[in-house]
Design a protein around this ligand. Structure first.
Ligand SMILES: NC(=O)c1ccc[n+]([C@@H]2O[C@H](COP(=O)([O-])OP(=O)(O)OC[C@H]3O[C@@H](n4cnc5c(N)ncnc54)[C@H](O)[C@@H]3O)[C@@H](O)[C@H]2O)c1
Length: 344
C-alpha cells in the first residue's frame, strides 16, 4: 500500500449495543457504490482490524474493476478482542450496530458474507436497509455464493487451459483441488462431469469419504502442492504460494478461488520463472459477487446472471493475452486492466 491515504472514506465506530469496534473502509466509489463483505473475527488490536479493512477494501476495488462491474471497493470488519466471547446476544447486537451504520451510508456501500458471517447474518442487516446481499432466498437474497463462485472458477480454468495447453477441455487432465468445501466441491463436480481425473485434499479428514463416494482421488494436504497434476486449484486458505513452495509445484496452471494465495506480490514473478501460469485469485473468484450483484442490484434473471459469471472466462483470456503481449505476469496485467478502468 502506498504512503498516501488512498481511501475515500473510513468509518470507525464503537457499536452502541455491542461495544465492539466496527470498521467500514471505502477504498473507491469511482465506478459505483462500494461493495465488500463483512468480516467478523478476532484481532490482537482494533488497529489490526483497521489494517485488514484498508487492505481488503483496496483489493475489492480491483476485483470489481477487472470483473467489469459498475461498483467500487469496500469492506467491513467487526473486531472481536482476543478474549471476547462471541455469544449469540453479542453477535446479534454487533449485527444490529452494523445494520444501522450501513443504512446511514445510504447505499454508497453494500456488504455480504465474508469470514465469520453468513447468509443468515445478512437477514439482520436487512432489517435496517436493503444493502446486504446474499441473504437466504426466502429473505429476498441469492443465498450462499459458493455455487456461482465455482462456476466462475471453472470458466477461468477453461480459459487458462486453452492458453497453457491449447485446448480448453479438461477431459483426461489431472486436477488437484486443495479444499473440498463449498466452492471446491462445485469445481470438482464440474470437472468430473467433463471427464477430468479429479484429486481432492482437505485438512478435514472426514471429507475423504465424501470424495471417495464421488469417485475422486485423495491426497493428504501436506502432499497436495507436489502431487502430479496438470492443474492445481487452491480452494482452501490463502498464503499457500510462496518463493519456497514454487519449486515444489508440478502443475503448469494454477487457478482457484482461495483469497490471497500469494504470500507476497513477488511470488507471481517466481511462479512465472518456474514456467507456471497463475491466474490472479481475485479475477478467478469473482463469480459470487458478480452473481449476487447482477441478481439483487441489477435484477438480472438467473440465466443472465450465470452467463455474466461465465464471462470470467473472457476476462481471463484478456488478462493472459495482455500478459503475453507485454511480457508481464498475469498479476501485473490484471492490475493494469483494473487501473485503466479506474482512470478512464
Ligand atoms: N464462497 C465463496 O463464494 C467465495 C468467494 C470468493 C472467494 N472464496 C474463497 O475460496 C476459498 C474456499 O471458500 P469456501 O466457501 O469453499 O470455504 P469452505 O469453508 O466451504 O471450504 C474450505 C475447505 O478448505 C478446507 N481447508 C482449510 N484449510 C485447509 C488446508 N490448509 N488445506 C486443505 N484444505 C483446507 C476446510 O476444511 C474446508 O473443507 C476461501 O479462501 C474463500 O475465502 C470463496
Amino acid at each position: 500500500m502506498s504512503q498516501a491515504f488512498a481511501h475515500e472514506e473510513v468509518v470507525v465506530r464503537r457499536g452502541s449495543r455491542s461495544g465492539l469496534p466496527l470498521i467500514i473502509a471505502i477504498h473507491s466509489r469511482t465506478l459505483g457504490p462500494a461493495v465488500g463483505g463483512c468480516r467478523l473475527r478476532r484481532y490482537e488490536t482494533w488497529q489490526d482490524g483497521l489494517a485488514d479493512a484498508l487492505r481488503l477494501s483496496e483489493a475489492m476495488t480491483y476485483k470489481a474493476a477487472v470483473a467489469g462491474l459498475e461498483f467500487g471497493g469496500g469492506k467491513t470488519v467487526i473486531v472481536l478482542g482476543k478474549d471476547t466471547e462471541l455469544t449469540a446476544d453479542l453477535r446479534q447486537a454487533a449485527l444490529e450496530d452494523l445494520g444501522e451504520l450501513i443504512a446511514s451510508l445510504q447505499g454508497s456501500y453494500r456488504t455480504g458474507p465474508d469470514i465469520g458471517t453468513g447468509p443468515d447474518d445478512m437477514v439482520v442487516l436487512r432489517r435496517f436497509s436493503p444493502y446486504a446481499h446474499c441473504a437466504p432466498e426466502e429473505h429476498g437474497g441469492t443465498g450462499n455464493s459458493g455455487g456461482p463462485t465455482a462456476t466462475g472458477v471453472l470458466a477461468a480454468l477453461h480459459a487458462g487451459a486453452r492458453h497453457v495447453f491449447g485446448d480448453a477441455s479438461c477431459t483426461g487432465r489431472t486436477v488437484v483441488i486443495s479444499g473440498f468445501g463449498s466452492v471446491g466441491s462445485g469445481i470438482a463436480a464440474g470437472l468430473a462431469a467433463e471427464g477430468a481425473q479429479v484429486v481432492v485434499s482437505d485438512v478435514d479428514g472426514s471429507r475423504k469419504e465424501a470424495a471417495s463416494a464421488s469417485g475422486y482421488g485423495w491426497v493428504e494436504p501436506d502432499r497436495a502442492l507436489s502431487a502430479p497434476a496438470d492443474i492445481f486449484v487452491p480452494a482452501a486458505v490463502g498464503g499457500i504460494l510462496s518463493e519456497a513452495t514454487a519449486p515444489r509445484l508440478t502443475a503448469p496452471l494454477i487457478v482457484g478461488p482461495a483469497n490471497n494465495q500469494l504470500t507476497e506480490e513477488s511470488v507471481a514473478d517466481a511462479l512465472a520463472r518456474h514456467g507456471i501460469v497463475w491466474i490472479p485469485d481475485y479475477v478467478a473468484s469473482a463469480g459470487g459477487i458478480i452473481y449476487a450483484l447482477s441478481r439483487e442490484s441489477e435484477h438480472y434473471s438467473h440465466e443472465a446472471a450465470r452467463k455474466r459469471v461465465e464471462g470470467i472466462g473472457d476476462t481471463v483470456s484478456h488478462v493472459l493475452e495482455a500478459a503475453r503481449a507485454t511480457g508481464v505476469t498475469p498479476q501485473r496485467a490484471a492490475r493494469e486492466i483494473a487501473k485503466a478502468r479506474l482512470t478512464r
